[in-house]
Design a protein around this ligand. Structure first.
Ligand SMILES: NC(=O)c1ccc[n+]([C@@H]2O[C@H](COP(=O)([O-])OP(=O)(O)OC[C@H]3O[C@@H](n4cnc5c(N)ncnc54)[C@H](O)[C@@H]3O)[C@@H](O)[C@H]2O)c1
Length: 387
């Protein structure tokens, strides 16, 4: 059928599940022409990947990702494997002419990311990176508020992304579930895993980050490697803090750690401008906090005589994405950020107006991550080169 979108998924873990749910739900909620068909899924363990395929409805399984990335019956390759595999999968799939949706961070480093951008642009294939937090309705509403010039001249951007699951010295590095602690598989620690999200959202809301100065810390210096069984040095950053200068003249602070006891997925942002501020906390995802200092009257900005923070329940039909779901006052969840991202991607393919963030956009985030890590090594301010 002409409007089939045949999906080839690589990896069946956390993101494999989140994306499979998005493919299955897309047409239930969004009026796009394409209908995802769960064609094939690849992972190394046949038994496990078969059981995933049976559960989610994939037609077949492969144990070599190449058999999915280049398959004739696949239109879109979805990269949900650990970071060190993204480059090879993307290069093979792009050469085979597949559309590409890749998980974040796009790559292990800028060099890889540049090769991936070149590959998809040379192949001319639609592409997207799953920076799904842009698709939280409250964050999308923050973007609308910025675009409506309600914040005014921006002064400060503040991001935190905190977790607490690696504090124990018994957590191994490497292997299923803990590959994020293995530098050779993850590329970096919290910088690529968590701050990449914060950076993507920050540059979406507040424009390019020009320079950074960073500190990183590895609190537990050796851990058992789950694959080799040996105690090995830990190469990742357990925590990263950096100062940023945005091209628009505002200042930023970014903080991330997996050692913030009690914090599970504490992802917050705040933007302060001359005329207003926005604040968002992912642990309270249906709310956007907005302070408006000025209001427009007869086309002019005037001081509001009743200033104060508004806690907006982002559930009305005029709010981003919310007209696709339930009645005002009811909420959607984490999984819908992936449905929304997929809907935007497919709508972009259908309209010929590509959705963001594409690979080139995600390369800018990679540049900031690499600059932060470089700064932490050198102790100096580093220009990011991000556009
Ligand atoms: N957008 C987000 O919010 C978000 C959240 C979590 C993870 N991620 C990203 O998604 C990617 C996957 O993370 P995850 O949490 O789903 O990991 P996971 O460990 O839950 O799943 C990884 C999957 O990759 C498979 N895999 C490993 N090696 C493979 C190989 N050689 N060939 C084929 N499959 C292989 C594993 O079997 C597993 O199914 C990473 O890049 C990660 O950074 C993004």
């Amino acid at each position: 059928m002409a409007n089939e979108l045949r999906i080839g998924m690589i990896g069946y873990g956390f993101m494999g599940r989140a994306h499979s749910n998005a493919y299955k739900r897309l047409n239930d909620f969004f009026p796009v022409e394409h209908r995802p068909v769960l064609k094939a899924v690849a992972a190394r363990d046949r038994g496990k990947v078969q059981s995933f395929a049976d559960n989610w409805g994939y037609e077949r399984v492969e144990t070599d990702w190449r058999a999915v990335a280049t398959a004739d019956d696949v239109d879109l390759v979805d990269v949900c494997a650990p970071n060190h595999l993204h480059l090879d999968i993307v290069l093979a799939a792009a050469e085979a002419g597949k559309m590409l949706c890749c998980e974040k961070p796009l790559a292990m480093n800028v060099r890889e990311a540049e090769a991936m951008v070149e590959a998809v642009e040379k192949a001319g294939v639609p592409n997207m990176v799953w920076y799904n937090y842009r698709r939280v309705p409250a964050i999308s509403l923050a973007k609308q508020i910025v675009d409506e010039e309600r914040i005014g001249q921006p002064f400060h951007y503040r991001a935190t992304y905190l977790q607490d699951w690696t504090i124990s010295t018994n957590v191994p590095q490497g292997g299923p579930g803990t590959w994020r602690l293995d530098i050779d598989v993850a590329g970096s620690g919290v910088t690529g895993d968590l701050l990449a999200h914060s950076i993507d959202t920050a540059m979406w809301l507040n424009g390019p980050i020009e320079r950074v100065v960073a500190r990183t810390r590895t609190f537990v210096k050796e851990r058992v490697h789950a694959v080799t069984g040996k105690v090995q040095p830990v190469g990742i950053d357990d925590a990263c803090m950096f100062l940023a200068e945005f091209a628009n003249g505002s200042m930023g602070t970014f903080e991330s750690s997996r050692y913030a006891r009690g914090r599970k997925n504490y992802n917050t942002l705040e933007l302060n401008g001359a005329d207003g501020s926005v604040f968002f906390d992912l642990e309270d995802p249906e709310h956007l906090h907005f302070f408006e200092y000025t209001q427009k009257q007869s086309g002019k900005k005037v001081e509001d005589h009743l200033p104060g923070w508004r806690k907006i329940h982002v559930s009305n039909h005029e709010h981003p994405y919310m007209d696709m779901y339930w009645v005002p006052g009811t909420t959607i969840g984490y999984e819908h950020t992936f449905v929304n991202a997929l809907a935007d991607f497919v709508a972009g393919v259908e309209s010929g107006n590509p959705t963001q963030p594409d690979f080139r956009c995600a390369l800018q985030t990679q540049k900031v991550c690499d600059a932060a890590l470089e700064s932490a090594r050198s102790g100096r301010w580093v220009d990011t080169g991000a556009e």
